[in-house]
Ligand binder design. Structure first.
Ligand SMILES: Cc1cc2nc3c(=O)[nH]c(=O)nc-3n(C[C@H](O)[C@H](O)[C@H](O)COP(=O)(O)O)c2cc1C
Length: 210
């Protein structure tokens, strides 16, 4: 069965984004599993207003902001995908406001009986520093995904040398990269994330044999 893996890049940058670069690597790897359609969605290309805290969604009434911006479009794409890979920069050791705004606005779908449940979720993070909040940023995304009933998964590669998420820091190359990390480890780990998310998304989409 053909499944869809959606890559969401949370960087506000429209070009030369390091997290987007890692995401592109992960999506390419996802395709190698076969019968996988991928899409790279750059949040910077969409209008995403912040949540105003009106709680309409809790009462299952329409979100007033949904009529004013592109959030419903993004959420529809998330609903249609079986796998979602979030790629985020570290901004003060967490996700940038752009991605946080999407996270908050997606509460509408949670309140509709967890419409984003069972999406297989993978994580990639780019920071400036070698130790620049990559794991705390990932942790924000993990906690978000769990709140939505999603299933968080990591890459599975060499148990000694490869990690569950693609994480990089520009400092490793003297801050000379812009958009194309020369970080072979981060690239490899991002590929592992892509493969794993596609594999699990295929598995969960398989219809039980009758
Ligand atoms: C507002 C802001 C906050 C940032 N905070 C951090 C930080 O806490 N730690 C860090 O290592 N880098 C930080 N950075 C640097 C970015 O994480 C880094 O440039 C990253 O590569 C950006 O990813 P992108 O190219 O995908 O946008 C920050 C950058 C900005 C603009």
């Amino acid at each position: 069965m053909e499944i869809k893996v959606l890559g969401i890049c949370g960087s506000p940058k429209k070009e030369k984004s390091s997290s987007e670069y890692l995401l592109a690597q992960a999506l390419e790897a996802a395709k190698t599993i076969g019968e996988v359609e991928t899409e790279l969605l750059r949040l910077a290309d969409y209008s995403i207003l912040p949540c105003t805290g009106c709680d309409n969604c809790v009462r299952q009434k329409p979100c007033p902001e949904d009529a004013k911006d592109d959030v419903p479009k993004v959420l529809d794409k998330m609903e249609a995908a079986q796998g979602i890979i979030f790629a985020s920069p570290s901004y003060f050791s967490t996700v940038p406001g752009l991605l946080k705004n999407l996270i908050d606005r997606s509460r509408t779908r949670k309140m509709l009986d967890h419409r984003l449940r069972d999406k297989i979720v993978g994580i990639l993070v780019a920071a400036g520093l070698r130790h620049g909040g990559q794991e705390t940023t990932a942790s924000t995304i993990i906690n978000y995904a769990l709140s939505q009933g999603m299933i968080v998964a990591g890459g599975v590669g060499n148990p000694v040398t490869e990690a569950w998420a693609g994480m990089t820091g520009l400092q490793a190359d003297g801050f000379t990269w812009r958009g194309t990390p020369k970080d072979e480890i981060a690239i490899r780990n991002s590929q592992l994330v892509g493969e794993r998310i596609a594999t699990l998304a295929q598995l969960i989409s398989r219809k039980p044999e009758t």
